[in-house]
Design a protein around this ligand. Structure first.
Ligand SMILES: *Cc1c(COP(=O)(O)O)cnc(C)c1O
Length: 454
């Protein structure tokens, strides 16, 4: 597969390795695949019965061939995806649980794949690769965890000081080793800007081999298409999964497996911030997975729902909310969306927008717990509530509907617990709280950041 910059679709195609390792194109654009590969018919018809690993292989392979040989890709996926994404039924809808990984958030899928891919692409090099990444909360933890201890890779994570939870801070800044943490006095947008500026700094580029690990990196997006295709395949085959031991139910409340009618394409409601997850879902749709469409749900940082509504895009300053991993005023993947789906009306047929306030988010957490015994994290609750809103307006697309659960509620116990009472904590998270976070604080200025990197 060849990749183009969003700012130059005519020339300058690069291979997968270059797109992955450089992150941003030289002209400042984001890499997008030249075409959307199609699932072969025999794969398409068995999406609902293949193993998660086999489906991951079929989904990722066309994007990474010929650089990553088949056997290597198989091994890599095996090491990266040590957990799956159950599609369970909760109340009147489905929930796609993406938090079964080591940091209990969906970003584990992308980060773990990326770390192992980078290590493969950099095999035999003697200069370490330095990853710069900005996080609004969950990316940093997933990247730190995914890259920790991988030889030949150093990571610096920037996060907005005081705007991540104590648990997230320990995930980002509690590992040490090849992972350094920088607390920026500012917003997530400031962190993202500092990373972008550092990439443009000539002197730094001469000294270090740099790469990024944000959702701007194509290498993070591609593996996320896998769980969409898997869930769509299951629903089309009329299947759902049983809850796992990590599924956040009040004790004794976990529902059983509810059979679906099948033969219907699914609708996903995606809680969105930087819109990497939604973009990956659109890739799965374009590849031929049985998906009717998407609902993009945001908190008050509503640039994209507004664009869908009015046709006019305005980047905003980010506002702090209780779904803080989605506090993004200027989503970086918007550039990918409008480059790959330039026709607004066609885009509107695939994606509906909705946005939700903090009060509504809290209400959704309370109601779903009261009615079903299931705990939603604040991000997932934004999506849940967004579905309610569209349903009330009579704007819900037909077919089975799955809300993407992007984080385990125990990660946001400060917000969720007062609304529900005690949340069962997955063992992986219990361990993290014992770490001592160590980070450097800086003002939101490039000079300060470069000093840290010196
Ligand atoms: C990052 C994140 C999101 C938003 O995902 P994007 O790909 O940036 O749209 C939603 N929920 C959680 C828990 C996250 O960590």
């Amino acid at each position: 597969m060849k990749y183009f910059s969003t700012r130059n679709k005519k020339s300058g195609a690069v291979d997968f390795g270059t797109a992955a390792l450089t992150g941003l194109a030289p002209d400042g654009g984001l890499y997008v695949p030249e075409t959307f590969p199609q699932y072969p018919p025999e794969v398409r018809s068995s999406l609902g019965s293949m193993s998660f690993q086999d489906l991951a292989f079929e989904t990722v392979k066309p994007f990474t061939a010929p650089e990553i040989p088949d056997a290597t890709l198989g091994d890599l996926l095996h090491e990266a995806f040590t957990f799956e994404a159950p599609l369970i039924s909760v109340g009147d809808r489905l929930v796609l649980e993406l938090f079964q990984g080591p940091t209990a958030a969906f970003k584990d899928f992308g980060a773990r794949f990326m770390a192992r891919t980078f290590a493969y692409l950099r095999r035999g090099e003697n200069k370490p690769l330095h990853i710069l990444t900005a996080t609004s909360g969950d990316t940093g933890g997933a990247v730190a965890d995914g890259f920790y201890g991988v030889t030949g890779l150093n990571v610096t994570v920037l996060y907005p000081k005081g705007r991540v939870t104590p648990l997230q801070e320990r995930q980002i800044a509690g590992l040490g080793g090849n992972i350094s943490a920088v607390a920026v006095e500012g917003s997530f947008d400031d962190c993202q800007r500092l990373v972008k500026e550092a990439f443009k700094d000539g002197k730094l580029k001469k000294r270090k081999v740099l790469s990024s690990a944000n959702s701007i990196n194509i290498c993070r997006l591609i593996p996320q298409a896998v769980y969409y295709a898997a869930a769509a395949g299951k629903a089309f085959a009329g299947k759902t999964d049983a809850p796992t031991a990590v599924s956040p139910w009040k004790s004794g409340a976990a529902g059983g497996v509810k059979p679906l009618g099948g033969k219907q394409p699914i609708v996903f409601c995606v809680p969105s911030g930087n819109f990497g997850n939604l973009t990956a879902g659109l890739y799965a749709l374009e590849m031929g997975a049985p998906i009717r469409g998407f609902i993009a749900a945001t908190n008050v940082n509503r640039s994209v729902p507004k664009y869908l509504e009015t046709g006019y895009y305005e980047a905003r300053f980010s506002e702090a909310t209780i779904s803080n991993a989605m506090d993004v005023g200027a989503p970086s993947n918007f550039e990918r969306l409008i480059t790959q789906w330039p026709n607004l009306n066609e885009f509107r047929r695939m994606v509906r927008g909705v946005w939700v306030t903090d009060d509504e988010t809290r209400e959704a957490i309370r109601e779903v717990y009261r009615d079903t015994g299931y705990f939603l994290d604040p991000h997932t609750a934004v999506a849940w509530r967004g579905v309610n809103r569209l349903a009330k307006e009579g704007n819900l697309p037909m077919g089975p509907l799955a809300v993407l659960a992007t984080a385990h509620p125990a990660k946001f116990a400060e917000t969720v617990q007062p609304l529900t009472g005690p949340i069962p904590v997955p063992p992986v998270l219990g361990k993290v709280m014992e770490r001592i976070p160590k980070s450097v604080s800086i003002p939101a200025e490039l000079s300060a950041f470069l000093e840290v990197l010196a």
